[in-house]
Design a protein around this ligand. Structure first.
Ligand SMILES: Nc1ncnc2c1ncn2[C@@H]1O[C@H](COP(=O)(O)OP(=O)(O)OP(=O)(O)O)[C@@H](O)[C@H]1O
Length: 296
């Protein structure tokens, strides 16, 4: 994958800055006064029990909701409260539930993700003039690069609905990357995945970060989060309870009490390796990858 110069930032400088974000639904305060930063080069995790406000906070960041209070800045600029403008500004996301165009091909799904980066207008597209054809070719080349990056180039002409679950999740990520983001937000990317798929997703996220794209991830899989993230923030009942490295968060008794229920034991890497080994030995049922849904 070629590096996109528009997405690069100096490591350590803020990419996303949310200040005092509050979201109320009638009498319910789903997110309360949350300050949150993601720096260039970081992978940051957002965890919390069911109903803690994680997805609501994501929706406030990405323009799906207009926060009741607070501001969200991307690279210093306040974001417009419209999802497509947020994407155009440089923040792309995936959703908790897969939202692919099921009857379009793998390649077409990625091409759709490029629309915020295509300069050609409606008339040019309708008339299919030389400018449009050139832009279309460049878009297709970029989409194929992304498919190669996620390992799905050999399935470019398959319908999205025919892909196994784990590949559909990958394709969603490729589609988000097609908008050339500086920050990628992933909402439960491993929900319902088997250990191999989860491990592959972890590697993919590291590779994305290595391309200069910061990542913010919501996930219930603690091993995944603690293996992956430079920093983890914990939301409980809409408020940020704690933020720090995986070690700090795991050791915090308030987190243990509020969310984990019990201390997280053992080295996540070793535990996961054991699970993968067991799965590879046939102990795990490989059909889990196609029978998921909302594994929360
Ligand atoms: N559109 C809405 N209208 C009213 N209440 C909402 C809306 N969206 C979310 N909520 C409520 O806000 C709270 C936070 O929900 P949210 O989905 O953000 O939590 P979450 O941490 O993402 O949960 P999960 O881990 O289960 O996905 C919940 O009480 C939820 O019922």
């Amino acid at each position: 994958m070629t590096t996109n110069t528009t997405t690069e930032s100096t490591p350590g400088t803020p990419v996303l800055e949310a200040a005092g974000v509050t979201m109320r639904f009638g009498g319910l305060t789903a997110v309360r006064n949350v300050d949150f930063t993601v720096n260039a080069g970081e992978i940051v995790g957002l965890i919390g029990p069911n109903g803690a406000g994680k997805t609501t906070f994501f929706n406030c960041l990405t323009g799906l909701y207009i926060p009741t209070e607070g501001t969200v800045r991307y690279k210093g600029n306040v974001l417009p409260p419209k999802p497509h403008l947020v994407t155009k500004a440089g923040m792309a996301r995936t959703f908790q539930n897969i939202r692919l165009f099921a009857n379009m091909t793998v390649l077409e799904n990625v091409l759709v993700g490029r629309h915020t980066r295509t300069k050609e207008g409606l008339w040019s597209a309708l008339l299919r003039g030389p400018g449009f054809k050139k832009a279309e070719k460049a878009s297709e080349e970029r989409a194929l690069e992304l498919l190669e990056f996620i390992g799905l180039e050999h399935k470019r002409d398959h319908l999205a609905r025919n892909l196994p679950y784990g590949e559909q999740r990958k394709l969603e990520i490729a589609r988000a990357l097609a908008s050339e983001p500086g920050l990628l937000l992933l909402d439960e990317p491993t929900a319902g995945m088997n250990p191999q798929e989860t491990r592959a997703t972890e590697e993919l996220v590291f590779a994305i970060r290595d391309k200069g794209i910061a990542v913010l991830v919501i996930e219930h899989d603690m091993r995944f989060i603690f293996n992956l993230c430079d920093r983890v923030a914990v939301l409980v009942q809409g408020e940020k309870l704690v933020e720090g490295t995986s070690e700090v968060v795991q050791a915090d008794e308030r987190v243990i009490a509020a969310y984990l229920g019990e201390p997280f034991e053992g080295d996540p890497g070793e535990a996961e390796a054991a699970e993968i080994a067991a799965a590879e030995a046939g102990a795990a049922d490989s059909t889990t990858s196609t029978t998921k849904g909302e594994a929360q």
